[in-house]
Ligand binder design. Structure first.
Ligand code: FAD
Ligand code: SF4
Length: 283
């Protein structure tokens, strides 16, 4: 299955205007974290914050709704999120931890849970909220998009970053400035070109924008724990949903992009293997 194993696919958004004001899409990540914290399902979570407001994602341990909301929004650069798990479990002493993770981070985390060398860390992760991910960029690439390609004085002038409708968007002074995605090719981190998971197939709940209208998210519930947290948050009125087949463009676009990523990046894996470069095994 090109989207991995899942129980249910819905289009959804948070019902909290405080979350929707700052979230990237439907605010599903922040709504789920806030609900899970409130209910004691987790005691804290590792997210990607930007403490210096310079778009550089910094792994951050959050233990309150205000901290969750302060870290909302997508930063299109690599966050070494898993590095903060030790801090969450040791310094913060958390026994039940949530993590917001890209597909590659989720794969690493599932491996750490399956093998015993990270005892007392990985097994304390009780909720993995996975975000879809086509590719990611080093900070220097983002600086280049903002300054050399879009003519900003600095990347820090941007107030929102997004990818959609074939463009990389940087919002400045309330105006959306788009750069054609083909202009960004070659600037992504090289490791992303052999990644074949788009929709975070190993998370408890996966979410992203593709498939749903603007301001909404496409959600795939995958594990029993993930489905139970998501459905409880819906029942509590924190998240509203629409059946996936009632929204446009719907799952066909998500499936097309997921398959496109697998096909393109599997071809790149083969190309590198033929050159004698070692490529990681896919499980
Ligand atoms: C590099 C990257 C590429 C993406 N590509 C796609 C795509 O091709 N298609 C698609 O549909 N969606 C993509 N997404 C996901 C999308 O941008 C949103 O993150 C997702 O829809 C969640 O939105 P939300 O409103 O529910 O989350 P919010 O409530 O806004 O919360 C976002 C959460 O993501 C965390 N976060 C932000 N940046 C990062 C990061 N760099 N690494 C790890 N965690 C981070 C924040 O800490 C926060 O907890 C991508 C995300 C990233 C980080
Ligand atoms: S494309 Fe793959 S390797 Fe690159 S950041 Fe996204 S999940 Fe990780």
């Amino acid at each position: 299955m090109v989207l991995g194993t899942y129980k249910e696919a819905v289009s959804a958004r948070s019902t909290d205007s405080k979350i929707l004001d700052v979230s990237q899409d439907g605010g599903i990540v922040s709504a789920l974290l806030c609900y899970a914290l409130d209910e004691g399902i987790i005691e804290g979570a590792v997210v990607a914050g930007t403490p210096d407001e310079d778009w550089r994602p910094v792994p951050t341990v959050v233990t309150s709704a205000d901290e969750v909301i302060a870290a909302a929004g997508t930063k299109y650069s690599m966050s070494p999120t898993l590095s903060a798990l030790k801090e969450a479990t040791r310094q913060y002493g958390l026994e039940k931890v949530g993590v917001v993770a890209t597909p590659c981070q989720t794969q690493g985390l599932r491996k750490a849970q399956a093998y015993p060398f990270t005892r007392f860390v990985a097994e304390k992760v009780k909720l993995i909220i996975g975000i879809y991910c086509m590719e990611n960029f080093p900070m220097a690439s983002l600086d280049t998009f903002a300054t050399a390609k879009l003519g900003f004085d600095s990347l820090q002038d941007a107030t929102k970053m997004d990818i959609g409708k074939g463009k990389f968007w940087l919002t400045k002074d309330g105006e959306d400035n788009g750069l054609a995605i083909k202009e960004t090719h070659g600037y992504e981190q090289a490791g992303c070109n052999i990644c074949n998971d788009y929709v975070c197939e190993w998370a408890d709940v996966s979410t992203g924008s593709v498939g749903s209208p603007d301001g909404w998210s496409t959600v795939l519930t995958r594990t029993d724990d993930g489905a139970s947290v998501f459905n409880a948050a819906v029942e509590a009125g924190l998240i509203e949903t629409k059946p996936m087949d009632e929204v446009k463009p719907g799952l066909p676009l998500l499936e097309k992009l997921a398959k496109g990523k697998k096909d393109k990046n599997n071809a790149e894996r083969e190309r590198r293997a033929k050159m004698g470069v070692k490529v990681p095994t896919i499980y």
